[in-house]
Design a protein around this ligand. Sequence first.
Ligand SMILES: NC(=O)c1ccc[n+]([C@@H]2O[C@H](COP(=O)([O-])OP(=O)(O)OC[C@H]3O[C@@H](n4cnc5c(N)ncnc54)[C@H](OP(=O)(O)O)[C@@H]3O)[C@@H](O)[C@H]2O)c1
Length: 249
Amino acid sequence: MLGILGVGHLATTMLTGLTRSGLRPADILLSPRGHGPRLAKAQGYGLALDNADLVARADMVLLAVRPADAAAAVVGLPWRAGQVLMSACAGVPVAVLSAAAPGAQIVRIMPMTAAEIGRSPTVMFPDEPGAHALIQRLGPVIALPAEADFETATVSAAVYGWAQDLISRTAAWSAEQGLDPAASRLLVARTFEAAGAMIAESPLPTDRLLAELVTPGGITERGLQVLQQAGQPQAWLAACHAVQDKLRG
Ligand SMILES: NC(=O)c1ccc[n+]([C@@H]2O[C@H](COP(=O)([O-])OP(=O)(O)OC[C@H]3O[C@@H](n4cnc5c(N)ncnc54)[C@H](OP(=O)(O)O)[C@@H]3O)[C@@H](O)[C@H]2O)c1
């Protein structure tokens, strides 16, 4: 039985992805706050009486409350030795959760809302077989060897949002120029997907892939010049640093 403690936006997308992958709603137990009661009634998930009941009945618990609520949400619950507590809470260290849930084995994950469609690249620390098998239902798992790496990797969860912002603005710009809005949205979204897929699947260094597509005097070069004059890539890298600093507290 998988228990989900904190049924808000993220957990809802993960639930959709998990059931889509074939997990039965009856094998998932929700905490009775947020979207928990509504989803249990509508989709057939189990509903715990309270968080203690959830921990007592679950083999593994996914924690998806806001970071500021994480420690308080798990303290004083009946954790069993070795029971996996998998936290999606950004910036909440293993040590904080271990102190609040003594005996539980803490695993950190950082899923993206694309979990809903089985396409979330999810970082994990430490790698734990049961958690790994579960999260792999939602997309590729990238296990990391150290918590400091996990914090750096969490910046990608913010980059996911920035990419969506860029897609949205580029699609809106194209539509303003007269392109059909639906065609524009699909084209820009698939362009970002294609750019990522090429880098993910090609063995070539990324600077070489880019060099191959930047024709001297061509349109990609022209746009890169304008972006550089406007402060790129420094502005983007400054945003990455700012998020990393926030995650490190
Ligand atoms: N959103 C994302 O795309 C995303 C991606 C990766 C990681 N995360 C992480 O996921 C976590 C949740 O984010 P979110 O966007 O899903 O937030 P959210 O929509 O605010 O959901 C949090 C839920 O936790 C519930 N909750 C709080 N304390 C609780 C407790 N003691 N017992 C049971 N339920 C409790 C809240 O219930 P009430 O409504 O009753 O207060 C709310 O439904 C955050 O830590 C965030 O860092 C989010």
